[in-house]
Design a protein around this ligand. Structure first.
Ligand code: SME
Length: 156
């Protein structure tokens, strides 16, 4: 797999559909979780240029910061706390149009305005979450949810 990503313009669905096979290529033959999470975060950042994109992994009773692209972030989040901890608790994607209106939102940066957090699973258990933050309000919709869920399904 060439390490250059083919970045395209166009509608969001087309962008995801062009990106996903490239992510599959990046992951194929690599079994190391950190390496794969790092490349997924980089690929998503390169294609969409969101404010922050990265992973938190379940380690014992907390989410711990994993590979990401963007400004420095908080390192540990308890189950049920913030958008990430809520996603872990619900075992389902959480989309937030305006983070200031989400009770308990953990503000790693005041520039973050909207957020989507998608869980990923191994043997039926949440083992981590993909967290994406935007500097725009209401950045994410059902298309992002569908495609980000497809992307995290490639992880484990
Ligand atoms: N906003 C998240 C915390 C992680 S940062 O956005 C990178 C939350 O409320 O869980």
């Amino acid at each position: 797999m060439a390490e250059d990503l083919h970045i395209i313009q166009g509608d969001k669905k087309t962008q995801y559909e062009t990106l996903i096979p490239q992510i599959q290529g990046l992951l194929s033959g690599e079994t190391n979780l950190v390496a794969n999470l790092a490349n997924i975060a980089a690929a998503l950042k390169e294609q969409f240029n969101w404010f922050w994109v990265g992973f938190y992994c379940v380690i014992e009773d907390e989410l711990v910061l994993g590979p990401f692209q963007g400004p420095v972030a908080c390192t540990r989040i308890k189950k049920g706390r913030g958008v990430c901890g809520t996603c872990w608790e619900r075992e389902a994607t959480v989309m937030v149009d305006d983070v200031e209106k989400f009770p308990g939102h953990i503000a790693c940066s005041s520039l973050s305005k909207s957020e989507i957090v998608v869980p990923f699973f191994k043997d039926g258990k949440v083992v981590g979450v993909l967290d994406v933050d935007s500097s725009e309000l209401s950045q994410f919709d059902a298309i992002d949810q569908i495609y980000l869920e497809k992307i995290v399904a490639l992880i484990c």
